[in-house]
Design a protein around this ligand. Sequence first.
Ligand SMILES: [Zn+2]
Length: 179
Amino acid sequence: MRYDYRYCPNCATELRHVESEEDGGAKMRLRCPACAFAHWNNPTPVLAAVIECTDRDNRVFLARNAAWAGRMFALVTGFMEAGETPEEGIRREVKEETALEVSALSLIGVWDFQRMNQLIVAYHVQAAGEIRLSPELAEYRLFRPEEVRCWRAGTGYALAQWLRSRGHEPQFIELPVRS
Ligand SMILES: [Zn+2]
């Protein structure tokens, strides 16, 4: 479910699309006609984990989200929260969603995911322990790196880059285009 802003969160006046001069020139945005509020609509940071299970033959943990229709397995992701560093956030997400204990993590990179107006911040996470899925995840599978198939979107590119860093040329699956 996605929501659009309709009212100013500062003064509750109805927002309007108003063109205004900014540093980069005139820009149309949702703005409040009564106070200075502008809805910038900045991308939301989403943390993603390529989890390598160090106690399971270094297999890659991918999970299927309970809200998805198909049998697509993907990275563990979650929104970064206020008051935490990205590293703290990805440790929290991995713990919450899988119960795995993280022993090491390193940044893979940062990707745009414009369809969802998100910024993907992807980590390689080494983890071990008993797996207990949160209700958000329907099932998981453990893949050898050479079995993994990537997808052409933010987290899929992160997975591909990690595979390349391990000497595996990533293979992509083509998903139906979504607008
Ligand atoms: Zn206002």
